[in-house]
Design a protein around this ligand. Structure first.
Ligand SMILES: Nc1ncnc2c1ncn2[C@@H]1O[C@H](COP(=O)(O)OP(=O)(O)OP(=O)(O)O)[C@@H](O)[C@H]1O
Ligand code: SF4
Ligand SMILES: [Mg+2]
Length: 364
């Protein structure tokens, strides 16, 4: 474990830090301060309860996300981490009911007391974009190729915040500036294909933040960006969260980013939460063997050569060949006979630390 602590201490330094935010020019307005004060009562803004996504296929149901439960208080940043294909994006899309048509959603997604999964379609318009902003993993799929990028940022401002054309244009230019688009006045009239991939991603971030959402779902928001812009974007998200009490679900492969941004971290494996804990606890004492393996495998600034980087042997099982019992057992160095037979429930260890592993609980 000492070696693990040393490795976590060495997780690649991201080019930003929570305290850097103190240097940004983001003085909250009196209204925003009042909103923030009103949100200090600890009531979660969003509660996910047994959220499941199941694809209905010709071969039968394929569960892709299973029984994901956690709370997101106002102003908190929750990170979801895990290998490719473990269900991070589907979890975020399910919150906004943006999953494919053949996906069935079960469980509850309670936003401020309202279950999003049971709202009529017409009420979703006020949720999507207005109350909940989403930065998609694939920027091109959510930008309209035949609409100028400035208009795409300004449109939600007119629609949801009733700004007139000039106000919306000015606000859009200010948002484009905040996300680091150079010469935003002239770029306003560009079409998406005239922008680089990183710029398109930044336009989408501006769109997601435009209506001052209460909740931001950010799916790998900075993957296409260089280190300097990445720091700028993450600082912006952190500032919005701190000033306005915006809750953030941040999906990232970068454990350095998670370590510095998150209040809480959920580690996903094969569509389930393997472990969920306050960030400092997860990085100091990961309990699930998969979480331990993930942290061991994190590249560090001092890694010397790829051959020295530890990996988790094997790969994430496909939805069609999910093993019985604990889905991690074929790769787990600590698997026991029970693990091959029974799926471990989510054991609550207290202090918001939960883990789905038979090493930390016994069958009922
Ligand atoms: N439209 C779909 N039809 C069938 N299966 C799907 C569909 N979309 C996603 N899946 C499957 O659901 C699982 C979870 O996908 P998801 O996109 O949530 O993974 P992820 O954790 O976001 O991965 P990554 O880190 O690569 O983005 C994967 O096995 C994926 O193949
Ligand atoms: S339940 Fe068993 S196989 Fe699964 S992570 Fe825990 S020890 Fe490993
Ligand atoms: Mg994804």
């Amino acid at each position: 474990m000492a070696e693990l602590h040393e490795r976590i201490g060495r997780i690649s330094p991201s080019p930003f830090c929570k305290r850097d935010i103190m240097n940004t020019d983001t003085t909250p307005s009196q209204t925003e301060q009042a909103q923030q004060a009103a949100r200090q009562d600890g009531t979660p803004l969003l509660r996910l309860s047994n959220l499941s996504v199941t694809f209905q296929t010709d071969d039968g149901p394929l569960p892709a996300v299973r029984d994901v439960s956690f709370n997101m208080p106002h102003g908190h940043i929750t990170c979801l981490v895990g290998e490719s294909g473990c269900g991070k994006s589907l979890t975020a899309k399910a919150i906004l009911r943006l999953t494919p048509d053949n996906a069935r959603l079960d469980g509850n997604v309670i936003l401020d007391g309202q279950d999003i999964l049971r709202l009529p379609q017409r009420d979703m318009r006020n949720i999507r974009g207005r109350r909940v902003g989403m930065i998609f993993q694939e920027p091109m799929t959510s930008l309209n190729p035949v609409l100028k990028i400035g208009e795409q940022v300004a449109e939600p401002l007119r629609l949801h915040l009733a700004m007139n054309r000039t106000e919306a244009r000015n606000e859009a230019i200010s948002l484009l500036t905040e996300v680091g688009i150079p010469s935003p006045e002239s770029r306003y009239d560009d079409y998406p294909h005239q922008l680089s991939g990183g710029m398109r991603q930044r336009v989408m971030i501006a769109m997601a933040l435009s209506c001052r959402p209460e909740l931001l779902l950010a799916d790998e928001p900075t993957t296409a960006l260089d280190a300097t812009i990445q720091g700028q974007i993450l600082r912006l998200i952190l500032a919005r969260s701190q000033e306005r009490g915006m809750a953030v679900l941040l999906i990232t492969h970068d454990l350095g980013v998670a370590a510095q941004m998150a209040h809480a971290v959920g580690v996903m494996y094969a569509g389930r939460l393997a472990e969920y804990a306050p960030a400092h606890e997860l990085f100091a004492h990961p309990l699930h063997p998969y979480a331990q393996g993930l942290l061991h495998a994190a590249p560090s600034a001092r890694s010397r050569g790829l051959d020295r980087l530890p990996t988790i042997p094997g790969s994430v099982p496909s939805l069609r060949s999910m093993p019985a019992g604990c889905p991690f057992h074929p790769r787990c160095p600590q698997a026991m006979p029970l693990c091959h037979e029974k799926m471990p429930p989510f054991f609550d260890l207290g202090g918001q630390h939960k883990v789905a592993c038979w090493l930390h609980g016994t069958p009922a």
